[in-house]
Design a protein around this ligand. Sequence first.
Ligand code: SAM
Length: 310
Amino acid sequence: MREIKKYLYVINYPTFEEELCMMEMRVLFGREPEDKVLISGRKFDPSNSVFIKKRLDVIYEKDSLEEILTDLEADRIRLDDFKAEYLRLQKGNVSYEERLRSIKEIGLRIIGESSMTHPKTILGITKYNGKWLLGINVNNDFGWKLHENKPCSYSNSLSVRTARAVVNIASIGKLETKVIDPCCGVGTTIVEGLSMGYNISGCEINTKIAEDANENLKYYNLETKVVNKDMHEIEEYYDASIIDIPYGLFSHTTEKVQQDIINTARRISKKMIMVSFEDLDELILGAGFKIVDRCTVTKGKFKRYILICE
Ligand SMILES: C[S@@+](CC[C@H](N)C(=O)[O-])C[C@H]1O[C@@H](n2cnc3c(N)ncnc32)[C@H](O)[C@@H]1O
């Protein structure tokens, strides 16, 4: 098989998460998708983002389908249990007949048996911005949906979707980034981070909640990386911290408590991803952080602010 030329990502999001999706894409790929498509030289596992539906590893790019078919015929590719699929993109104006013809003609040029039900390789063909693209299709496996029913969960826990995005943003999609969630509650971000292979750990002041967090981690066969202690005692330094800050809505948190937490985040991390229900800009700036990006996620009557602070 020829070399991969680039990656085409198919993106989708509910309207209320559009800003969060865009922030994740800016951080991971340095730009936002257009018409729910993003092309990049960066290889990223689609299952690690709740917003990436699939990735097409583009191998052939031509002005016409016929040119792709000619190349494919010349390459004499042998694949067992393959399937060819047309990727329908928002702006694609390819007729149903043409889409059907494309997958049939590709199938005819592959040497080997096809499998519609259990394919080992999915070939993806599509037309985007006037070019025909053919490559290997990698789908999001949606395995993270299993984390939606944790043994221990609280009403103020982050959603799996938000937690996953926040961890990607904190680590910039790099597994080696050293991340801490020092007020991690039942460990929502830790479950997501560790299951994606990130270098993340947690800290929680409340003994029962810390135990619950580790029970959640055990349940998913993940390392129990939540320690029961006050974040103000942390001495290690991290590339990034995730602060889902305690708020007055659910607890008796004062502004002083919040300022102390942000000050400690400044002391222990190079960068902070702040998740809050209220505008905390003054406290963040007061701790010596610069706010470099921001978005909101609004669901029902709740509006969450997500800020990247350096
Ligand atoms: C908003 S909740 C975090 C929820 C979490 N993101 C989740 O999904 O479960 C804030 C947590 O911070 C913890 N906390 C408050 N002060 C702390 C401190 N000084 N050190 C460590 N944890 C603290 C609280 O016990 C609470 O569980």
